[in-house]
Design a protein around this ligand. Structure first.
Ligand SMILES: [Zn+2]
Length: 131
């Protein structure tokens, strides 16, 4: 036996073993943090309700005494009858059931019309009576 060789063998570093790595997650893998997972919340805004006010007032079927907001006078309204969709539907219905000679009647009956109110001074529209 060569004592020198035996000395070199003792001083040599231990052989490298690549199989002795501690067990763990593979590289690039990050485990989730402990605790509850944060939930992404969305802010819900309440719907905006638009309140629309009109200057027209509901009025009757006859000329009425009122205050004109346009010319700032106390006036008695002038009324004008206006045919509506209901008027046309009545006339169409009369045609359908065979009474087409009477189809003109709804256009002459005031109860089948809307009544619009106007100012006699400035002719401003003030409101309607809806049938
Ligand atoms: Zn007026």
């Amino acid at each position: 036996m060569n004592p020198e060789y035996s000395e070199k063998q003792r001083m040599a570093p231990p052989p490298y073993s690549s199989s002795e790595q501690p067990p763990g997650p593979p590289p690039g893998f990050y485990p989730p943090p402990p605790g509850p997972v944060p939930v992404q919340t969305t802010t819900v805004y309440p719907a905006t309700v638009a309140v629309v006010t009109t200057n027209v007032a509901a009025m009757g079927s006859q000329p009425s005494h009122t205050f004109c907001k346009s010319c700032h006078q106390d006036i008695t309204t002038v009324i004008r009858h206006k045919a509506t969709t209901k008027t046309h539907l009545f006339a169409l219905l009369l045609c359908i059931i065979g009474c087409w000679p009477c189809a003109w009647i709804p256009y002459c009956v005031d109860s089948c019309h809307n009544v619009d109110h106007y100012c006699p001074h400035c002719n401003a529209y003030l409101g309607s009576y809806l049938n």
